[in-house]
Design a protein around this ligand. Sequence first.
Ligand code: GLN
Ligand code: ZN
Length: 746
Amino acid sequence: MAKIHNLGFPRIGPERELKKELETYWRGEISGNELVGRSESLWLQNLQRQACLDVVQVGDFSLYDHVLDTSFLFGVVPERVRRESDDPLQQYFLNARGTRTDSTCCGASAGEMTKWFNTNYHYIVPELVAGQSFRLQAQSLLHQVTLTRQAGFDAKPVVVGPLTYLSLAKCEEGVSALTHLDNLLRVYKELLSLLAQKGVEWVQVDEPILCTDLSAEWKMAFRYAYEVLRHAPGKRLLTTYFGKLQDNLSLVTELPVEGIHIDATLHREELPAIVDSLADEQVLSLGVIDGRNVWRAPIAETASWLSPYHDKLQNRLWLAPTCSLLHVPLTVKAETELPDAITSRLAFAEEKIDELAELRTLLHSHNHDSGVSGQRNNVSTPLLIDDANAPVLFRDASFTSRRTTQAKALNLPPWTTTTIGSFPQTPAIRKARAQWRSGKLNHSEYQAFIKQQIAECIRTQEQLGLDVLVHGEAERNDMVEFFGELLDGVVILKNGWVQSYGSRCVKPPVIYADVTRSSPMTVALTSYAQSLTSKPVKGMLTGPVTILNWSFVRDDISRAEVAQQLAFAIRDEVLALEAAGIRIIQVDEAALREGMPLRKAEADDYLNWAVNAFRLATSGVRNETQIHTHMCYSDFNNIIDAIMKMDADVLTIEAARSGLKVLSALKAHGYQNSIGPGVYDIHSPAIPDENALAQRLHTFAEFLDQQQLWVNPDCGLKTRSWHEASRALGAMVSAADRIRKQSAKA
Ligand code: GLN
Ligand code: ZN
């Protein structure tokens, strides 16, 4: 009989209990022991939700992040963190967030946080120093194994594999993480022995980097590492996910492990060869339920193609989701407000576990020839631009010619000052929105309130002396959810939270059908803002690729096609803003890089259609109309060409925290269009000093032509208070003034 198991489960709980417990602890209202106790019962409830599995995973739950847990499991705790506290829990949160519960000290200890492969989950980057020592600290994991057993389950501990762990770590400049491999393997062996002593049979070793491009050195390191671990007691299930193995396939099948897990939805054609290459006793775990989407699986169809493998492998065949279910919401049961026609197509973590059980039953009943597959929607939008209509992707004139036209039309000063779009989302705004949602404020009362906010926002910007104003986004809770609510073919979930990092969760919209725009979305409020000032107000839209990447997307058509549908919708909005007299329009692509596939070849294809989607959204305007885009990062490695092809008139990016490398890279690539490198970090409440800002602007001018440069913060101001925002912007405007005067004299 095929075994069913899971790779990981959402941690946050049905009502985001983990978030609430963590915040209570961080406020100092409960003790560390209480936090651990409460989160333990949350985790035990999660186990009950997976009770139909043959074996449950242990170690996938985490108070903050499982990569940070792995660091602590192996005693990898930065010296600066150790110096601040001896208490392991304090150290843990110091490393995660930089603050202790018992003091208000600053964030100097926080580790760097970055994306877990191509998901929207963020992990804390392990830091390895020269001569790094590793010390096994397995008490907590062992304790969880005990509790799992006591709860009546067979326990399968999960650990991040040694090579994936090292590949995620940051080391001293010029040192390869592989220099730590031998020492690290020593503690892995120790861990495996301890677990075996405890009677654990299987350990799940996650090596998702096997789905990325690996150099010969890393491939060799894999062979070496698993050879070393071969003699440790117990059995290893080597799990790979987030993509295809491609050229790493033979490497994986040759590694001396007792079982391997692959994403079978991506490896259908190779399955016969993979099955043939298995060693006699080796287990094959097939990821057959998609762990990254929210759709019901085609169970009958899956059972039918699985059947021959099941006949052949019998109990050596295991079934699982393709990857951890961390990336989907907990349960569809909470979605009580959606039409049945939509909920009946959805499957979140709990439902995916149920699907596994259903699948197994069907597989055993030998009656799975109904061949029904997931429901399809009729696609109505003209699809994928071909050569014949490609001109639609280009502006009429080149950037240099547009620059002249726009300079005349807009008459902006040099070192033009602007912001990224949002102004503080105050408690008053949040309260009004909640009242409107609950019916306490009617639509016109709420609109009147929002207009009042906009008027104040415009007045403040005028007083500050900014050149290009914004309406301030008071009406938007979230840059993607706002458009998701207005576009047809998209729904917003009630409780569909997914962990982004630590206690932070996001609620991605669900794109379930063709996306269309039935009416203007931002025109009324943007025009209202423009009516209050003679300065240009910049219209503010979220770009098609960002909406796509921050949503759950239907899987019956390609992502490229969905991006194009979104692009048509945003294009119509861009043109409507222009027709209403808005002369500058910003289309944010904050998440452009996030949808990048892990393999170079696929990444190129992605960038190609992603850039086309942006261009489709923005290319319809007249030459006079200025298109801006914004990205919250400046790590343009691998995407400089794509940025250039987007051909936005003005690009604003993060540059306050990161180095200036990107500016010289843009220059080296011949980037001509205008650019606003963020002059100060909006993530910090500190008010930047005017002198420092002026100095910063001078530095920018060393890298780029002065006429290319805009002056702006590095992201939206929604998380700041008005007090902080206006003082910081005041300093920024004065710094721009000063440099303008200096350049006029020179
Ligand atoms: N326009 C958005 C804002 O200012 C952009 C947000 C973002 O870059 N994530 O909030
Ligand atoms: Zn941003």
